[in-house]
Design a protein around this ligand. Structure first.
Ligand code: SF4
Length: 143
């Protein structure tokens, strides 16, 4: 009955969008308040990063979440969402992804494909470089 009321007031598309938002909110609350991962939170940052990293071919949040849940170990769902959100806010922003400073640049299919940074190169240590530093015990010294 509640769903029918929502469809009447918001229209079908609006009701679907509202339902998606409720699922996202429920996932966030369960993850943050109770440490319970029932899915991967897909907000605007996670959706953008998932697309740029080619972890999904979908634009719809529910489908992106399904793809990410298949790729990521359930024990990492909460961390993964937080990591992508933070990375999306600080480095891989919507308008000007900073690929030169990005630690994922050497594994990201979208690296340096944007007009403002096309043709540039990574400035920081690569993922491979950091893995080598970890193995040699230099991890954290030059990163
Ligand atoms: S390399 Fe560029 S596009 Fe890829 S995740 Fe990093 S900032 Fe985003």
């Amino acid at each position: 009955m509640e769903a029918l009321g929502m469809i009447e007031t918001k229209g079908l598309i609006g009701a679907i969008e509202a339902a998606d938002a409720m699922v996202k909110t429920a996932n966030v609350v369960l993850a943050n308040a109770f440490g319970k991962a029932v899915g991967v939170v897909v907000d605007t940052h996670v959706a953008r990063l998932a697309a740029r990293l080619k972890l999904t071919a979908f634009a719809d949040a529910a489908k992106i979440e399904r793809d990410l849940m298949e790729l990521i170990d359930p024990k990492d769902w909460i961390f993964f969402s937080h990591a992508l959100i933070l990375h999306g806010r600080q480095v891989c922003t919507a308008a000007r992804p900073d690929c030169a400073a990005c630690r994922l640049a050497d594994v990201c299919p979208s690296a340096f494909t944007f007009p403002h940074n096309r043709g540039r190169k990574a400035e920081g240590p690569s993922t491979k470089g950091r893995a080598e530093a970890r193995r040699s015990g230099r991890d954290g010294q030059d990163l």
